[in-house]
Design a protein around this ligand. Structure first.
Ligand SMILES: NC(=O)c1ccc[n+]([C@@H]2O[C@H](COP(=O)([O-])OP(=O)(O)OC[C@H]3O[C@@H](n4cnc5c(N)ncnc54)[C@H](O)[C@@H]3O)[C@@H](O)[C@H]2O)c1
Length: 420
């Protein structure tokens, strides 16, 4: 293959969610013929109509344009193509090990359509060794193909891992500008997979082996988790000492080599609270700090809920407004959201009181909260006006004008330090 080759051909993205759809769209808008595949027929239908099933700045216009130009189409079945990107979920099981069934299913859907020379890239965040498993799963169904875990440099198929590190809310910018790590099962696999990212990436493309790429992604999110756990632990300690943790952190951060992160109601999203467990599962005896950080962050929603419940018990008939449900500010994603967990804990502990919940990005209660009959979705301003206790769980821009309520004699529990 040529050095610095740029992919041209037909490419299939399996899993058209928060990562797959932007990736497919960015490739399609740069001239690649892309077919998106998803098991969810509603996603297939919506994208086929040029619609974007979730909110992400600058994505909707790019999707409708790519579909209108015939560069991006959708299918529920995997077709034949020159390259495949797998972007399906990797949640964890009850024992905190990775659930690889989505990846295995995607690999097995791809296998019958592979022809020699094809590239398969795993983008899903995965424990070390998963990319090799993809090669094995395909090889088991296609004994006619030389797969790289056996054939090495003479393989028919290139299999690689290219983890994604975009920030929701900035996906369309960061997908282009971030540096990319591309880890191949062989150096040839890495080089061929890199040709796909050269189509659109302005960042550096760093070639490595597959397991190092898998581990690097997990390290990035564990680094974030450990640092957030430090801040969350400081918030508990400061609270017990009667100190304002944000003032303490602001002062400590004046040190030229200190940068403590901000505490919050817990850690949400489906990356940071999930990925560190894959390292713990890979080295349970050794990953002591990473495990403890997870436990500290998982405990924080319980602490926040306990504080709110204690405050509520001081009222005869408290009116409570919880502001924010998403896992972070200014996005519509409620997956693994600490705010959802806090609201659920409060609602379950105080079933006799109605609790108002407001989030400009959420128009129906997430499934985890639908069994709490005392929860009511409300407008943020009205809920905050009516409430005795306001719990700020997410620092959405839309909540900024409400910060004056702090002075109105209400109990305000600002878990983000946004109204300090
Ligand atoms: N969302 C993020 O910000 C982010 C960032 C970095 C990495 N990741 C990783 O990327 C991967 C995908 O995450 P996401 O947020 O895009 O998930 P998502 O849930 O938004 O999308 C996944 C899609 O895959 C589809 N799917 C599942 N199994 C399938 C199959 N066998 N065939 C076809 N489609 C299938 C689902 O219907 C869904 O639409 C995960 O491993 C995640 O950890 C996500």
């Amino acid at each position: 293959m040529m050095l610095n080759e740029v992919f041209s051909g037909t490419l299939v993205v399996v899993g058209m969610g928060y990562i797959g759809l932007p990736t497919a769209t960015v490739l399609a808008t740069r001239g690649v013929k892309v077919i998106g595949v998803d098991v969810n027929p509603r996603i297939v239908e919506a994208i086929s109509r040029g619609e974007t099933p979730f909110i992400e700045p600058d994505l909707a216009v790019a999707v409708s344009g790519a579909v209108a130009m015939g560069r991006l189409s959708m299918s529920q079945d995997v077709p034949e193509a020159d390259a495949y990107i797998i972007a399906v979920p990797t949640p964890f099981l009850d024992d905190h090990t990775a659930d690889l069934s989505y990846i295995q299913s995607a690999a097995e859907q791809i296998a019958p359509h592979l022809k020699p020379g094809a590239i398969v890239v795993l983008e899903s965040t995965s424990p070390p060794g998963t990319t090799e498993k993809v090669s094995r799963w395909i090889g088991a169904l296609r004994p006619d193909l030389k797969m790289p875990h056996v054939a090495g440099s003479i393989a028919d198929i290139s299999v690689a891992h290219c983890p994604e590190r975009v920030l929701p809310g900035r996906i369309m910018i960061e997908m282009i500008t971030n540096n990319r790590v591309v880890g191949g099962l062989t150096s040839q696999c890495a080089a061929r997979a890199a040709s796909i990212y050269r189509v659109f990436s302005q960042g550096e493309i760093l070639l490595t082996d597959a397991a190092s790429a898998e581990m690097a992604k997990l390290v990035e999110n564990s680094y974030r988790d450990v640092n957030i756990a430090f801040a969350n632990e400081l918030s508990l300690i400061s609270e017990s000492l009667g100190l304002d943790v944000w003032e303490v952190i602001k002062l400590a951060n004046q040190h030229p080599r200190v940068n403590v992160l901000s505490p919050g109601p817990g850690v949400g999203g489906h990356c940071i609270p999930v990925d560190p467990w894959f390292i713990v599962a890979a080295a349970p005896e050794l990953a002591r700090l990473i495990r403890t950080a997870r436990e500290v962050n998982d405990h924080k929603p319980h602490h926040v809920a306990d504080q709110v419940i204690a405050k509520a018990r001081r009222f005869v008939s408290p009116s409570i407004a919880c502001l924010g449900l998403t896992f972070k500010a200014n996005v519509d994603d409620v997956r693994e959201s600490a705010a959802v967990e806090v609201v659920g804990l409060i609602a379950s502990a105080l079933p006799e009181f109605e609790i108002m919940v407001a989030d400009p990005y959420v128009d129906e209660l997430p499934p985890k909260l639908t069994s709490n009959a005392n929860l009511r979705l409300a407008n943020a301003g009205e809920a905050a006006d009516a409430a005795d206790i306001i719990v700020l769980l997410v620092e959405h821009e839309a909540f900024r004008p409400l910060r004056h309520l702090r002075q109105n004699g209400k109990v305000v529990y600002d878990t983000r330090g946004a109204w300090a």
